[in-house]
Design a protein around this ligand. Sequence first.
Ligand SMILES: *Cc1c(COP(=O)(O)O)cnc(C)c1O
Length: 401
Amino acid sequence: MHHHLDASAVARALSPDEPVILNRRHAAARAARFFATKFPGKSLYAVKANPSPELLPILWDGGITHYDVASIAEVRLVRGVLPEATLCFMHPVKTASAIREAYFVHGVRTFSLDTREELAKIVAATADEQGNPAADLRLCVRLRVSSEYSELSLASKFGIDLVDAGPLLQETRQVADWLGLCFHVGSQAMTPFAYVQALERVRAAIADAGVVIDMIDVGGGFPSVYPGMEPPPLEDYFAIIHRHFEALPIAYNAELWCEPGRALSAEYNSLIVKVEKRRGKELYINDGAYGALYDAAHVGWRFPVKVLNADRADTLEDFAFYGPTCDDADFMEGPFQLPADIASGDYIEIGMLGAYGAAMRTAFNGFGQGASVIVEDEPMASLYTGERKDPRVSDNVVSLR
Ligand SMILES: *Cc1c(COP(=O)(O)O)cnc(C)c1O
């Protein structure tokens, strides 16, 4: 993969007609080291946020040894790239064949569940040929918690309700060598209080069940930085989680886990797009709802933007984007603040697309191609640099911590 200094150098060198993904290896490595050294427990990378086979070894080298996988394809992918990684199959609804292959072929021992049916499925799929149950299962009961402090809810689909958790925990304890409780507060949790509230529910579930708990997994939800979304420092999240974890009625050697997806991958990618047409305050660009800008279109997410042509005006105005497909829904309202005189043929860098950006690209309508290159400059925003960048007059370039 080719190396360049920054996005401007890429646009100058390639004048690309297709969107170009920029990989910032140093930013992903820094995020991994941060979690590996500062989270007071084990950090699992949630692979779905960005399953790039180039990213996985960077995180591994940064100290991330455990991976949260949700499908047999993710199990195979991570096992292929990282033969020594510990894989945890944390989707509460799996097929029996996926469980069997994960357990017998790829050495997976940790599985999550939120129903008795899934528990029975896991036990049956991991039994040996004589029908003897596996003695080394590490099972994690997923509890439903509130998503009220997060930008993207994960509260309605998975997780057993607190009122029903006691019996499921007791039943799981009987077949599990090691029993955990997990939850997910929703993605981009803007305050550490989200975890406090969830851990209170965990406490109630443990009290109800009266079983020994070996592990608490606080899931993902750790935020990144976007225009209009500047979260408190991650250290605050870690400290508050640790304090509330320590106060739980669990085994003295119980482990604390987390499953960051967004926080480990957001800074890894940005994207160069080309303006194909301007219509008033609307720019027609060559990536969109079916490309890396899925969240910009579908949930109105705002990403930082900057024009790469040096000669554009300093005055910024609000723009909306249309993506390249023929679908009216391929529209991103933004607002995205760009120079007032931006014109077709200009290149724009769109930042912070490492999480749920690069991973979302489809080939719909014949788009979705495009190269990837490595760049050496800093991402448009970072939770990990401990510096502040000049935010200019807009919030497009988010201040650095
Ligand atoms: C998506 C997901 C994650 C990662 O969530 P982020 O908000 O990206 O940190 C972690 N755990 C599970 C079970 C998930 O489904």
